[in-house]
Design a protein around this ligand. Structure first.
Ligand code: DC
Length: 225
């Protein structure tokens, strides 16, 4: 199977770019952040504090997470319930960030991620895909963009949706999440030594997808010119 790992900080455009490139290549797209978000939602549903590592670990045997692809859209199911919308709420982002620091949660999702990669040609995105989950991926990309550019994109997105926000608040949140994700003891966000660094600050989405697709074709024997 061909496995492509895309890691990078929140807001660099990983999921949109990975989804687009997967479509071009006919691969499945595996959004591991969505899995952490689903675990966060499971904790919230049970009134478990997402930073209570022991309680979160104890709940894992009760939960089942699956990703399904319906009409080209990825849907996330938690114990059979479609939580695709719920996992995008701000409280789910914070819960995901907390549960992602729990070693038992990482071990639980590792198995799910490994088995999807073993069975499918896939593009998997997250924070530790190239370093921990798929160290043998044929292509590893570390997609980043400046914190200011990421805050700017998020600001535009929310304003277009009619959600009032302050740019400075968004920038502070992004910097805080970067710090949390890259300083945690377990599986911190960092590029794999053999990852290609791709800075999307001055690229639009189509250009990022094109670059990823071109790199993927380089490593696909049948696609070489
Ligand atoms: O990419 P995202 O914003 O949907 O991720 C949600 C949270 O999960 C984020 O705080 C980082 C964490 N995460 C992780 O620790 N490891 C991954 N492979 C993917 C996400």
């Amino acid at each position: 199977m061909i496995n492509i790992a895309i890691d990078g900080p929140s807001g660099a455009g990983k999921s949109t770019a990975a989804k687009g490139a997967a479509k071009e290549l006919g691969f499945i797209y595996v959004d591991t952040g969505a899995m952490y978000r689903a675990v966060g939602v499971a904790a919230l549903q049970r009134n478990i504090a997402p930073d209570n590592a022991a309680a979160v670990a104890a709940m894992l045997p009760e939960i089942e997470i699956s990703l399904r692809f319906e009409e080209g859209e990825q849907r996330v199911y938690l114990n059979g319930e479609d939580v695709s919308k719920t996992i995008r709420l701000p409280e789910a982002s914070m819960a995901a960030s907390n549960v992602s620091a729990v070693p038992a949660v990482r071990a639980f999702l590792f198995d799910l991620q490994k088995s999807l990669a073993a069975k499918n040609n896939c593009i998997m995105d997250g924070r530790d895909i190239g370093t921990v989950v798929l160290p043998d991926a044929q292509l590893k990309i570390f997609l980043t963009a400046s914190a200011e550019e990421r805050a700017n994109r998020r600001y535009k997105e929310l304003i277009e949706r009619g959600t009032p926000v302050e740019y400075d608040t968004l920038l502070a949140e992004i910097k805080q999440r970067d710090y949390n994700d890259s300083h945690r003891a377990i599986a911190p966000l960092k590029p794999a030594p053999d990852a290609v660094l791709l800075d999307s600050s001055d690229l639009d989405l189509a250009q990022v997808i094109e670059k990823i697709t071109a790199m993927a074709k380089e490593i696909m024997p049948d696609e070489k010119a």
